[in-house]
Design a protein around this ligand. Structure first.
Ligand code: X2X
Length: 338
């Protein structure tokens, strides 16, 4: 009788202790930062990641998504520092917004550098990708998985843009990351930097003529045709996304939960990436069709037409490759050539 009682008491104590042990030090809620709204594929990807983590950890890790840059009052270029300091625990982030703080991330902003999706995938999965992750880890943040915003395509309210002559003088809203000013100037445009949170009003009021963002990732969900009736598919920059966590936060989770979180980030990233790549490559050009149906003139640049823009950006490479790191750029080229 006594042994039975003892055994059941041990069982009860174990049951009571188990969740307590595995959740020791866990917060009730973790904050995830995201620059865009919840209805963009990027924001949906953030929610998907949070949901997968919650389900797979059976509620132990509860992530709340803060969209539209709400954790940083819209100042998107501050995101990395907020994450590093632990104001945010996680971020579903674009390297664009971190690259004024972390110079090597400007690799992803080099104009006409990533010829196609395969090239980008080879970098994020390759040695250059590992080097970038190691560089970020040293600064206090772990990259858990990669998603995507997409190729950044130009829209404007003035004219079809196919040549540098067409771009000349257009007032283009760009993100507040210095390299974008240099790129736009080199190609003859007139760049104005502004946070994403203020951009829509600027388009509405015609403060700027143009902007560049991914078609499926941002322009279509935003209904950019309300403001701009021309789109140029020129693929000048592709914007990957990273699902990330503060190193100190990550260490507070059990090994099992860390593995679950990593897997959830990889899964959510892959799913989100598939969404933003749809309808943009022949034979499925349904995204172009959506824009056309909504009254936009769709201009698709040929490889030679892209080269004319690329040739103008030589000064950007001269200035920025040394800042990114010659060796990293070379490594990325080698990964792409695999
Ligand atoms: O600000 C932008 O253009 C956006 C939403 O694409 C980024 O955060 C990089």
């Amino acid at each position: 009788m006594l042994t039975v009682l003892k055994k059941s008491m041990v069982a009860v104590v174990c049951l009571l202790m188990l969740p307590a042990l595995s959740e020791a030090g866990y917060k009730k809620e973790y904050k995830l930062s995201c620059v865009v709204g919840p209805k963009m594929p990027w924001g949906e990807g953030a929610t998907l990641f949070a949901d997968l983590v919650r389900e797979r950890t059976e509620g132990r890790v509860n992530i709340k998504v803060y969209t539209a840059g709400s954790l940083m009052a819209g100042k998107q270029t501050n995101e990395f520092l907020l994450l590093k300091r632990g104001v945010a625990d996680f971020a579903f982030a674009s390297p664009i917004n971190w690259s004024s703080t972390l110079k090597p991330l400007n690799l992803f902003n080099l104009p006409f550098f990533f010829e196609d999706y395969a090239a980008l995938d080879r970098v994020t999965a390759g040695e250059s990708g590992r080097e970038i992750e190691a560089m970020i880890a040293k600064k206090g943040v772990t990259v858990l998985g990669w998603g995507e915003n997409g190729y950044r395509e130009l829209t404007n309210s003035r004219r079809a843009v196919r040549t540098p002559e067409d771009l000349k003088g257009l007032k283009v809203r760009v993100v507040g990351t210095p390299i974008f000013i240099d790129i736009m100037k080199s190609m003859g445009a007139n760049p104005v930097n502004m946070n994403w949170g203020e951009a829509k009003i600027a388009f509405q009021q015609g403060v700027v003529d143009a902007q560049e963002n991914p078609a499926v990732g941002i322009e279509i969900p935003l209904k950019i045709w309300q403001f701009h009736n021309h789109v140029s598919f020129w693929g000048y920059v592709i914007d990957p996304l990273m699902i990330t966590v503060n190193n100190r936060t990550l260490k507070t989770f059990t090994k099992e939960d860390q593995a679950i979180i990593r897997k959830a980030a990889v899964d959510a990233g892959l799913m989100q990436k598939a969404v933003v790549r749809k309808g943009l490559v022949a034979p499925d050009l349904s995204a172009h069709e959506v824009m056309r149906k909504n009254g936009m003139e769709v201009t698709v640049l040929t490889p030679d037409e892209k080269k004319a823009f690329r040739a103008l950006t030589e000064s950007v490479y001269e200035k920025w490759v040394p800042r990114i790191g010659e060796a990293l750029v070379e490594k990325a080229k080698m990964d792409m050539a695999q």
